[in-house]
Design a protein around this ligand. Structure first.
Ligand code: C2E
Ligand code: CA
Ligand code: CA
Length: 281
């Protein structure tokens, strides 16, 4: 048993070591990757639940790594936050997303989707953040009303400086603000009263309990309650991670406004969104 234990530790150490090396090599490569445009942005549709019309898209970053292939944000955003590279990377994503939003606006006018972009605490805490956003919008010649910024409650709390001031300045510019992954953090609806927030995105983890015979009555009622309170506060509610018709129907009954998930569309290149905009009714 003793020898076994030792072996287990040796394996564990080797695995941990390999992981450390991989982490190091990923973060070491990131600045060059940014310069060489190895990153790209996919867009996932946001649909209005009543008629399933496309009303927006969420910009989701990916990395086409020359050796490891396609990497999802869960594999590198955390690292980028640790090293600080999230600041230039996040700016790059915002610039890309605004450029794409402008192309959709020029091509489709009123039918162009709102483009929603994720922000990390570290980005929002940069002293130049608000002026950077203004500059990027200006360079793209895009009205601020065409974009939404998504921040988690945790990110808002962790934002250094004055998060409230940052959000107020952005909202004053006309940028929409949504609380991301709502229900997984502090989940305190009352503080939302004091934030210039336009909408909530309900964490996908609620969706599991919202369906069929296995429906978890507590999950369903939680969502029900959150949607109800959000309405009182005048906030738009988007449900994330919607995978089934049963979930979509239930969300509509509850009064949820917008949905996002595999049931409607997976994240993909902008051309896939084009097809949804032009699709005849
Ligand atoms: P998120 O903001 O919660 O984004 C939604 C995630 O759910 C995406 O994962 C999306 O692909 C996935 N998803 C969409 N529909 C479904 C569904 O029906 N079922 C399931 N199971 N999943 C679904 P993704 O693309 O891997 O992104 C992961 C996270 O990485 C995002 O979570 C976001 O927090 C972060 N992220 C992505 N892009 C950026 C970025 O540009 N900047 C920052 N700071 N974070 C980003
Ligand atoms: Ca998000
Ligand atoms: Ca989310």
């Amino acid at each position: 048993a003793k020898a076994d234990g030792k072996n287990t530790w040796a394996v564990y150490d080797r695995e941990r070591n390999a992981r450390e090396v991989a982490r190091f090599s990923l973060s070491a490569r990131m600045p060059a990757a940014l310069e060489r445009e190895e990153f790209y942005v996919d867009y996932q549709p946001l649909v209005r639940l009543v008629d399933r019309a496309l009303i927006g898209v969420e910009a989701l970053v990916r990395w086409e790594h020359p050796e490891y292939g396609r990497l999802g944000p869960d594999q590198f955003i955390g690292l980028a936050e640790e090293t600080g590279l999230i600041v230039p990377l996040g700016k790059w994503v915002l610039r890309k997303a605004c450029g794409q939003a402008k192309r959709w606006l020029d091509r489709f006018g009123d039918k162009a989707p709102l483009v929603s972009v994720n922000l990390s605490a570290r980005q929002a805490g940069e002293p130049t953040f608000v002026s950077d956003v203004a500059m990027i919008l200006d360079a793209a010649d895009l009205p601020a009303e065409r974009i939404q910024l998504e921040l988690t409650e945790t990110a808002i709390m962790a934002t250094t400086g004055a998060p409230l001031e940052v959000l107020r300045s952005l909202a004053a510019m006309g940028v929409r603000i949504a609380i991301d992954d709502f229900g997984t953090g502090y989940s305190n609806l009352t503080y939302l009263r004091h934030l210039p927030v336009h909408g909530l995105k309900l964490a996908g983890s609620f969706m599991h309990g919202m369906q069929g015979r296995d429906a978890d009555p507590v999950d369903t009622r939680l969502v029900d309650t959150v949607v109800g309170l959000a309405r009182v506060l005048g906030l738009e509610v988007t449900a994330e991670g919607v995978e089934t018709e049963a979930q979509a129907r239930r969300l509509l009954e509850i009064g949820c406004d917008v949905a996002q998930g595999w049931l409607f569309a997976r994240p993909g290149p902008p051309e896939e969104v084009d097809r949804l905009i032009t699709r005849p009714e």
